[in-house]
Design a protein around this ligand. Structure first.
Ligand code: FAD
Length: 375
């Protein structure tokens, strides 16, 4: 049985950022990344809004607030230094009715307490910036941007590989056993079985992070580690309507998600989404339910009234790994070194939904700090 120092399970944007960070911080340690797909970044990291969030929404002192703020600053620096495509496109959160202004002001207070630069704008100011939106009053977020996640993941993968991180693609974990000197990992690769010993394990398996925790022996139900799959669908705007908005336009958020909003990618394609659809089963169902199109259109028209049914076409969807069950209150990221639960040197990352992309540089530093206590 061969041995490694650190194993990272999952090569999404978070697993890749961690691999890159650890390869710099622990150059003399052997690092292995296990990914069940044939390439990195094929799941949630390839199916999101690609927004660099400023950090407005999350309760003060939560990991989501702290890591989003730190991550956002690091991500802009990283993009500038390494030529990764990004654009500080800015964003407006719009209260579409006068009655919603108190909610807007409340959101503004949360953002300000989190340390996010924000500006309250009135109807006239909003309509000067964005003549086509419905707005009784808004919040302008100058620090919100967009990024090419594909370029970011390519960057981390290349850097980690150059620093001797090994990537095992198409690896399926059949079992993980806790031993006195680390963890025995059994892999199923095509028709053969391989086993190895790892001193440290980082569970960054996205939608399946709870399953990995369960395999090793965590009582996920009791710990509140169970994930729900929550689909978010996007519709794209036909190119002829491209100039309708210049910034990202968001509504006041409902209980789950940030509300159907307009997003733009680096190439300039405008999309609307993602809506919130809790899936009854935990399966990777990326099909688009066109029966929801009218409901979707109504959410778009609430913020940009002139959009018509023929202007939008079903595009793609992503699935959020949600700790928060339908109707339940806010849940934070779980990022935890699990010695106190009897699993020393095992680091769980569970529920890394939005703003996980933005937070990824800060998450990778947090994991590195845990590991510096071990070696
Ligand atoms: C609709 C939507 C919109 C979003 N928009 C934004 C946004 O605008 N801004 C933002 O900051 N965040 C956003 N997010 C959140 C962001 O996309 C995620 O937080 C981020 O991509 C999570 O990365 P990850 O590496 O943890 O997970 P993933 O990308 O899911 O990667 C996990 C990896 O683990 C692998 N894996 C799973 N099980 C196993 C196993 N048993 N063995 C080996 N490998 C395994 C998977 O194949 C996968 O490659 C959005 C998410 C969604 C769903």
């Amino acid at each position: 049985m061969f041995q490694v120092d650190i194993t990272i399970i999952g090569a999404g944007v978070v697993g890749l950022a961690i691999a890159h960070q650890l390869s710099r911080d622990f150059p003399d340690k052997s690092i292995l990344v296990l990914e069940r797909n044939s390439k990195y970044g094929q799941e949630t990291s390839a199916r999101n809004s690609e927004v660099i969030h400023s950090g407005i929404y999350y309760p003060k002192n939560s990991l989501k607030a702290k890591l989003c703020l730190e991550g956002r600053i690091s991500l802009y620096e990283l993009c500038i230094k390494n030529n990764i495509s990004f654009q500080k496109i800015t964003k407006i959160i719009t209260a579409t009715k006068d009655e919603a202004i108190p909610k807007l002001e409340n959101l503004y207070q949360i953002g300000i307490e989190n340390g996010v630069p924000l500006q309250i704008i009135d109807k006239a100011q909003a309509n000067k910036l964005e003549p086509n939106i419905r707005c009784a009053g808004g919040i302008l977020s100058p620090e919100t941007g967009i990024i090419s996640v594909a370029e970011l993941m390519d960057f981390h993968y290349q850097k980690a590989s150059n620093n001797n991180v090994d990537f095992y693609f198409e690896s399926h974990i059949s079992q993980i056993n806790r031993l006195s000197n680390g963890y025995e990992v059994n892999l199923l690769e095509k028709n053969s079985e391989t086993s190895f010993l790892s001193k440290v394990i980082v569970n960054s398996a996205g939608l399946y992070a709870d399953v990995i925790a369960e395999i090793i022996g965590f009582d996920t139900a009791q710990l509140g580690y169970d994930l729900s799959f929550c689909k978010g669908t996007y519709y794209s705007l036909r190119p002829g309507k491209k100039g309708i908005v210049k910034r990202l336009i968001y509504p006041i958020p409902p209980n789950e998600g940030l509300g159907v909003h307009s997003v733009s990618d680096i190439a300039g394609t405008i999309r609307f989404g993602p809506d919130v659809e809790y899936l009854p089963e935990k399966i990777l169902d990326y099909s688009i339910n066109e029966n929801r199109k009218l409901e979707f259109l109504s959410a778009i028209q609430d913020i940009i009234p002139s959009i018509q049914l023929e202007d939008i076409a079903a595009d793609y969807c992503g699935i959020r790994p949600k700790l928060q069950k339908k109707g339940e209150p806010f849940r934070d990221f779980i990022i935890s070194e699990e010695s106190d639960k009897g699993f020393p040197n095992f680091i769980n990352l569970i529920g890394i939904e939005s703003p996980g992309l933005t937070a990824s540089p800060a998450i990778s530093r947090m994991v590195s700090e845990f590991i510096s206590q071990i070696f």
